[in-house]
Design a protein around this ligand. Structure first.
Ligand code: ACO
Length: 442
C-alpha cells in the first residue's frame, strides 16, 4: 500500500510538491504553494459547475451514483419509503437518528404547533396576482417570514435553529396550499392538526364545504412516500444554494427562499413540470420515435432523463413507478403513463442513451402521479420544496456548525480586457450599433 499523498511536478519550474490525500480528496488550498514565480498567487483548480469539487463534509445523505444507492443517515431509501413516514424521516434527517416513540410524538406536536400562518402572511399572499406561479409565491413568502421571526438571525443559537427548523417544516405545506388556493380564488383552509402531515396538506388544498376533510388513505400515503423520496439529496443545486447563502450567516428563511429559487429551475425541481409538458406534447406512443430523433440530433433534451450523480438508475424512480400503479387504482389511469413507460423502454435500448448513461430520474414519473392526484403542473416544484425543506435545514445546520466553513467565495479566471483608460462619452466610437445589437451575454 502506497502513501496517502500526491506528488506533483510543476513542469514550469521543475519543482516537486507532496500533497496529502484525505478521504479520497486533496485540499484545494494545498495547491496554493505551487507557484511559477514571485508574482504568482498560487495554483488554483478550475471546476465550473463544481463537478469534481467537494465543498463540505456531510453526514446527512450518502449516494453511490454508479450502484444506484441512496441512504439518509445510513438508512436505505427503499426501507424508509416502505416502512417510515415523512415526519419520521424529517426527524432522522434533521437530528441524525430515528426517533423513539416519545421523541416522535414530541416532534409531531412541535411541528403541529407551527402549522398556522400569521394573518399578515395571508394578506401578503393575497397581494400576488391571480395568475402568479405558486413557486414564485412560495419563494417570496418564505423569504418574507424572516421579517416575522427576526430572532432567526441568531444562527449560532441552537434553540433558535431548532425553532426555525420546526416552523419551516410546519409552514411550508400551509404556504404551498394557500398559494394553490390563491390561484383558484378559493378561501384559505386552516390547518387540521388531527390529520397527518400529508393528510393535513391535502385538506388545506382540497377541502371545500365539508365539515371534516378525510383524505384518501392511498393518496395520503403516496404523497408521504413522494415526500420521503425528495427529502434530501446531498449537495444538489438547491442545497448548494442554501449553503452558499447560509455561509454569509443569512437567516434560515432567506436560506430556504434561495434554495427554493434554485429548485424552481427546469434543470432541477422544475423538471417534472417539463416532463408533463413534454409527454402531453408527444400525446401518443406513435410520436415517440420523432422525439427521440430530435433529442439525438441535440435539438432538445429528454426531460426527466439523466442525472449528474446517478449513472445507473435513480433508485427513487423505481419506487415512484410502483407508487404510480397504487395511485391509479384510486384516481384512474393517467394516460401519460403509457407514453412515459414506452419512452423509457425505447430510450433504454437506444445507443445514444446507453452510451451517456441516461436513465429516468425521480422526476420522470413523479409528475404523472401528481397530475393524477389533481395537482396542476405549476404545483410540482412546490411539492418538491415542501419535502426538501428538512434536507435544506439539515445541510444548513451542518454548515453553520462546521468550524472548517467560512463565507463561500470561489475564485475566477479573469478572461476580460487588460487594464485600459477611461474615454469620455462623447469621444467614444461604437460604429453606430444600438444597445440591443452590442454583442454580449446581456
Ligand atoms: N436528454 C438528452 N441528452 C442528455 C440529457 C437528456 N435529458 N441529459 C444529458 N444529456 C446528454 C448531453 O447532451 C451530453 O451529451 P454530449 O456528451 O454528447 O454533449 C451528455 O448527456 C452529458 O450531459 P451533461 O449536460 O453534461 O450532464 P449533466 O450532469 O451536466 O446534467 C442534468 C445533468 C442537468 C440532470 C441533465 O441530465 C438534464 O438536463 N436532464 C434533463 C432535466 C432533468 O430531468 N432534470 C432533473 C434532474 S433530477 C432533480 O433535479 C431532482
Amino acid at each position: 500500500m502506497g502513501k496517502d499523498s500526491l506528488t506533483i511536478t510543476d513542469n514550469r519550474t521543475g519543482r516537486q510538491y507532496e500533497v496529502a490525500i484525505t478521504d479520497g480528496a486533496i485540499k484545494a488550498v494545498d495547491l496554493l504553494q505551487i507557484r511559477s514565480g514571485e508574482d504568482d498567487t498560487g495554483l488554483a483548480s478550475y471546476d465550473p459547475a463544481l463537478q469534481n469539487t467537494a465543498s463540505c463534509r456531510s453526514k446527512v445523505t450518502f449516494i453511490d451514483g454508479d450502484k444506484g444507492i441512496l441512504e439518509y443517515r445510513g438508512y436505505p431509501i427503499e426501507e424508509l419509503a416502505e416502512r417510515s413516514s415523512y415526519l419520521e424521516v424529517a426527524y432522522l434527517i434533521v437530528k441524525g437518528e430515528l426517533p423513539t416513540t416519545t421523541h416522535f410524538s414530541m416532534w409531531q406536536h412541535n411541528i403541529k404547533m407551527h402549522t398556522m400562518l400569521h394573518e399578515n402572511v395571508k394578506r401578503f399572499i393575497d397581494g400576488f396576482r391571480y395568475d402568479a406561479h405558486p413557486m414564485g409565491i412560495l419563494i417570496g413568502t418564505v423569504g418574507a417570514l424572516s421579517t416575522f421571526y427576526p430572532e432567526a438571525k441568531h444562527v449560532e443559537d441552537l434553540e433558535s435553529r431548532r425553532t426555525q427548523t420546526r416552523r419551516l417544516i410546519a409552514k411550508m405545506p400551509t404556504i404551498a396550499a394557500y398559494a394553490y388556493r390563491h390561484s383558484l380564488g378559493l378561501h384559505y383552509v386552516r390547518p387540521d392538526n388531527e390529520l397527518s402531515y400529508t393528510g393535513n396538506f391535502l385538506s388545506m388544498l382540497f377541502r371545500m364545504t365539508e365539515a371534516k376533510y378525510r383524505p384518501d388513505p392511498v393518496l395520503e400515503h403516496a404523497l408521504d412516500v413522494l415526500f420521503i423520496l425528495h427529502a434530501d439529496h446531498e449537495q444538489n443545486c438547491s442545497s448548494t444554494a442554501a449553503r452558499v447563502v447560509g455561509s454569509s450567516q443569512a437567516d434560515p428563511y432567506s436560506v430556504v427562499a434561495a434554495a427554493a429559487a434554485a429548485l424552481g429551475g427546469p434543470l432541477h425541481g422544475g423538471a417534472n413540470e417539463a416532463v408533463i409538458r413534454m409527454l402531453r406534447e408527444i400525446g401518443s406512443v406513435s410520436k415517440i420515435p420523432e422525439l427521440i430523433k430530435q433529442v439525438k440530433a441535440g435539438e432538445r433534451r429528454l426531460m426527466g432523463f439523466g442525472h449528474r450523480v446517478y449513472k445507473n438508475y435513480d433508485p427513487r424512480a423505481r419506487i415512484i413507478k410502483r407508487i404510480a400503479e397504487q395511485v391509479f387504482e384510486v384516481t384512474g389511469r393517467n394516460p401519460l403513463i403509457d407514453v412515459a413507460v414506452e419512452l423509457e423502454r425505447i430510450a433504454l435500448e437506444d445507443e445514444y442513451f446507453i452510451k451517456r448513461k441516461l436513465y429516468p430520474n425521480v422526476d420522470f414519473y413523479s409528475g404523472i402521479i401528481y397530475e393524477a392526484m389533481g395537482f396542476p403542473v405549476e404545483m410540482f416544484p412546490v411539492l418538491f420544496a415542501i419535502a426538501r425543506t428538512s434536507g435544506w435545514m439539515a445541510q444548513w445546520a451542518e454548515l453553520v456548525t462546521d468550524p472548517e466553513q467560512k463565507i463561500m467565495r470561489p475564485k475566477q479566471i479573469y478572461t476580460g480586457h487588460p487594464r485600459r483608460n477611461y474615454i469620455p462619452l462623447d469621444e467614444r466610437r461604437d460604429g453606430g450599433a444600438l444597445e440591443t445589437e452590442v454583442r454580449g451575454p446581456l
